[in-house]
Design a protein around this ligand. Structure first.
Ligand code: 5GP
Ligand code: MN
Length: 337
């Protein structure tokens, strides 16, 4: 963080009593972990903080400390709007543009509060008083650690806060295996373990809480896996019917796209999911090496993210979306070969 931003943050925090923390739609481990870590830190500083997230988060994050206090915007619009309109300061975590909050965009855009962004996605929008954006950092959770450190409060970290930060770093780095995992990441993790967290337990809580249905759905996904060998691409599609056959819950398909990417030689992987609620096809894209799925998704699927992990959506049918994907790929033959 730059010195002038640290100073601005101090001033904003001093003059703010009511603080809201929010994150992107379809919150993941990093979004929820960073929100909770910051929330717990601000509470310790005597602030009245509230976490409001656009919609529900995966079952495997429900063990996180204080996660039961998170307000879901889609289920509590009136209460949430009042809290946002009364806020002095709003932290936006793990996203780069207000439209990433879906239905919350309007109330956030009209709020009188000042904004602080903490995020690691590419091309951040310019709406915040303080924009702490760093696309080289693996996770927003690691940034929250540096944020608290910059405010010279790292000694206030306790096991609850450390649990939350560890979880987001772990999920956003694919358990410390993606390129974004640096020696600094490992130093941060080491200090969290020194605080006293049970890192093996966190792993179990997140990754070893599968239902039988979830594994069957994974089986179905792998059966649906298709490969385009000449373009080093693999993709999976899942219809709404297939998801309801296995009673799919929020979070059940998280990580499935990585199986497609794990095929030998594959540089680009995708999963296309029919989403009954939004009537959209939700797309997750992953890549290896220099192929930017952020740019690919921005160009074709109204999305974005990082170089090697991005998301997007399509209003076409599942079949049409997959056809569109297949028809676009040949123009990337050089990059994918
Ligand atoms: P996932 O495939 O897990 O939903 O998302 C992969 C990464 O891309 C995450 O960091 C997520 O926040 C980001 N992402 C997903 N959808 C979008 C989108 O529509 N726009 C942008 N800018 N980022 C996205
Ligand atoms: Mn993240």
């Amino acid at each position: 963080m730059e010195a002038k931003d640290i100073q601005k943050t101090r001033t904003l925090l001093q003059s703010s009593e009511n603080i809201v923390i929010t994150c992107h739609k379809g919150p993941d481990g990093d979004a929820i972990g960073s929100s909770l870590a910051l929330y717990l830190y601000l509470k310790k500083q005597g602030k009245n903080a509230t976490i409001i997230v656009p919609d529900d988060f995966p079952f495997f994050l429900k063990w996180l400390p204080e996660s039961e206090h998170i307000i879901l915007y889609d289920a509590n619009k009136e209460t949430a709007n009042t809290i946002i309109n009364n806020a002095d300061l709003i932290f936006t975590l793990d996203f780069n543009a207000l439209h990433r909050t879906g239905d919350m965009q309007e109330v956030l855009s009209n709020a009188s509060a000042k904004f602080i962004m903490i995020d690691h996605h590419q091309q951040p929008d310019d709406y915040a008083e303080v924009t702490y954006s760093d696309t080289t950092i693996c996770s927003t959770c690691q940034m929250v650690y540096h944020f608290i450190d910059a405010l010279e409060d790292i000694n206030t970290l306790d096991t609850d806060i450390a649990n939350c930060i560890y979880t987001g770093i772990m999920t956003d780095t694919g358990s410390f295996r993606f390129r974004s995992t640096t020696s600094t990441t490992h130093r941060v993790i080491a200090s969290l373990i020194d605080i006293g967290i049970d890192n093996a337990k966190i792993h179990q809580n997140v990754y070893d809480s599968n239902s039988y249905n979830r594994l069957q759905l994974l089986g179905k996904s792998l059966t649906n896996l298709k490969v385009i060998p000449e373009l080093n691409t693999a993709y999976i599609s899942l219809s709404a019917d297939e998801q309801s056959e296995f009673n799919a819950q929020k979070g059940d398909t998280e990580g499935v796209v990585n199986y497609a990417l794990s095929l030998q030689g594959i540089k680009l992987a995708a999963i296309f999911k029919e989403d009954q609620n939004s009537k959209l096809i939700k797309i997750s894209l992953r890549s290896k090496g220099d192929f930017s799925v952020n740019e690919f998704s921005r160009a074709h699927f109204n999305g974005g993210g990082h170089t090697n992990a991005a998301g997007g959506a399509s209003k076409l049918s599942l079949e049409e979306t997959v056809e569109k994907f297949i028809s676009i790929l040949p123009s990337y033959k050089k990059e994918l070969s």
